[in-house]
Each structure stands twice: as structure tokens, then as C-alpha cells.
Design a protein around this ligand. Sequence first.
Ligand code: RB5
Length: 150
Amino acid sequence: MKIAIACDHGGFPLKETVIDVVCAAGHDVFDLGTDSVESVDYPDFAEKLGRAIQSGEVERGVLMCGSGVGANIAANKMKGVYAAICHDTYSAHQGVEHDDMNVLCLGARIVGPEPVKEIVEAFLGARFVGNDAGEERHARRVNKVRILEG
Ligand code: RB5
């Protein structure tokens, strides 16, 4: 898959770890910045990542800020972006499997590199099951979410 990575200065300390995990899992990284701990505004990087999803340039993204909260709120304002903060592996894979999550948000001030490696692996290894036999309820629910987008 093509995976966009973006962060603000608060998320920057996790960026290299995330890039390494995505590459090691055999995916292509689209690094959308930021590239240092110099202060920037998280909505600008959420927008870059969201635009990459919307255009189809990438299939999924990993977006980081200090807490994950601002990144998560900003990303979900964009049509077609389904983002969630997942600081555990269960949410990271189930969010894809049941909810078709396409953006994983992380807070670098909350979770460290070792759990993040496993969380990102869980996110990348998961696929949406809503179109599988017997799992149609998930597609029904996701379609209702899409209706909420307006
Ligand atoms: C930046 O200081 C911080 O507010 C930002 O990274 C993020 O945590 C916002 O939710």
C-alpha cells in the first residue's frame, strides 16, 4: 500500500519509528512533513495527509501530534477521511476491520516508540471485513457513517 505519514512538531519524535515500520512491512511511504521540532500547526499537516487520501494518491495514513487529539479532530473534518487515535493494538486493527478507518492518529507525548511499532503493524496488517460473507453489518454501519458526512 501507499501510506502517507504526517505530523506536527509534537508528533515528530515518532515519525522515524513510524516510517521504519511502514517500510519494513513492505509499503511505500509518502512523507508529508513536518521535518523538525520547530513549532507548526497540526491542521496544516492533517490537511496535507487528508488531501493525499482524497486524491487517491495514498490508501491510508498515519498522522501524529502531541496528544493525537488535534490531528484526529482536523483529519475527520475531511470527507473520505476516517481517522482515530489508537494507542493500543486492538483498536488499531479493529478500527480498520469494522470501521474502515484509513488514518491512524498517534500522540507522541502519550505513547512511546515500542508500543507504536506494534500499533502501526496492527493497523497496516488489517483490512475491512464489511464486504465478507457474514460481515455485512459492518458495511451497513460504515455506509451510515458516510451519510453523516453530508
Ligand atoms: C502542540 O503543542 C500540540 O498542541 C499538538 O501537537 C497536539 O497535541 C494537539 O492536539
